[in-house]
Design a protein around this ligand. Structure first.
Ligand code: TRP
Length: 336
């Protein structure tokens, strides 16, 4: 008998999908979802977005953009479970139950919370918790509920989420120890370095640095952004280093093995930055062009996207319900 491995991951709906999300998360996830023995759960972490900002239009727009992004890139909603976190209230119900089992001290150690406190301390603010919402503080519990609600085996995430997975395991362990074995302990699957792209300013591409290249923009906008990528001031004809070069590092995520080899030689020969950027632009465009066309169609058919998500939520609930019932019974919440 082949055992089914449950793979689960989510994207917070607080920004516009960028090419780092594309090659680092979405394409590899879609790829793995078609492997035999894998059942995939991909979702829009829309309740997580409320932690990052209180801009209702941004949360709403971003939810649509990210949903359409997955679908445009080839996600088959019949093969995977694809849903919006907020359509599955079982998750937030579980988050409450887990929060009652989780030591506050565990959350005191969470990176995102500690970073907020460190900023306050640096600025010598009287209250170290200034500006910290309970949402930010409880973030790791909501994320644990996302994962444990489906007894996921494997969670592909970026390096920055590693601690959250460790906390999820801690929380699950504690629950299982006290109430009986209910939850699967999930494994983090940390993306390889190659999945992390530099942004146009050379730092990691991230919506929080405002240095991203969106997947779905007009060709001219794409061209402009590629032109803006920061380089050093070496002249044409002077050999250039590939390791530290943003253009090269983005290029290798989109180009074939042959093209990468060729580009390495061109760097040694001192390719001009303008010519390197042209090559980069053409490989990005080649990849995103077909997705852009499907995306444009989805923008015109928003109810199709809505219906796909509603169907996905039903599938997700069918998996979550029996697990949540077990949890409720285990903690003593049951009929007389
Ligand atoms: N916190 C994740 C991020 O910011 C998004 C996320 C929310 C997630 N819930 C999840 C990822 C559950 C994996 C599993 O990237």
């Amino acid at each position: 008998m082949t055992t089914n491995k449950r793979v689960l991951t989510g994207i917070t709906t607080s920004g516009t999908p960028h090419i780092g999300n594309l090659v680092g998360a979405v394409l590899p996830a879609i790829q793995s979802s078609s492997e035999p023995g894998i059942s995939s759960f991909f979702f829009l972490a829309d309740y997580h977005s409320l932690i990052k900002h209180q801009d209702a239009a941004l949360t709403h727009d971003s939810s649509f953009e990210i949903a359409a992004f997955w679908l445009a890139c080839g996600l088959d909603p019949n093969k995977v479970c694809f849903y919006r976190q907020s359509d599955v209230p079982q998750i937030t119900e579980l988050a409450w139950i887990l929060s009652c089992m989780t030591a506050k001290g565990l959350l005191n150690r969470a990176h995102a919370y500690k970073a907020a406190v460190a900023v306050n301390e640096e600025q010598q603010v009287n209250d170290p918790d200034k500006g910290v919402t309970m949402g930010l503080f409880n973030y790791p519990i909501l994320m644990s509920a996302d994962i444990l609600m489906f007894n996921a085996d494997e969670v592909p995430v970026g390096q920055d989420q590693k601690q959250h997975l460790e906390m999820t395991r801690d929380i699950a362990n504690r629950f299982n120890h006290h109430y009986g074995e209910i939850f699967t302990l999930p494994e983090a699957k940390i993306g390889e370095d190659t999945g992390v792209l530099p942004g146009i300013d050379g730092r990691k591409m991230s919506k929080s640095y405002d240095n991203t290249i969106p997947v779905f923009c007009e060709f001219n906008k794409l061209k402009k952004l590629v032109r803006k990528i920061k380089t050093n001031s070496l002249e044409p004809g002077v050999p250039k280093d590939i390791g530290s070069c943003s253009i090269f590092n983005i290029y290798k995520a989109f180009a074939s093995v042959e093209e990468v080899k060729e580009m390495k030689v061109l760097y040694q020969d001192g390719i001009s930055w303008g010519a390197a950027k042209d090559r980069l632009l053409s490989v990005i465009e080649r990849t995103v062009k077909p997705y852009r066309a499907v995306y444009a169609e989805l923008v015109e058919n928003r109810t199709d996207v809505e219906n796909i998500l509603k169907k996905g939520a039903q599938k997700a609930k069918d998996v979550a319900d029996p697990i949540l019932s077990k949890v409720r019974r285990a903690v003593g919440i049951k009929s007389f």
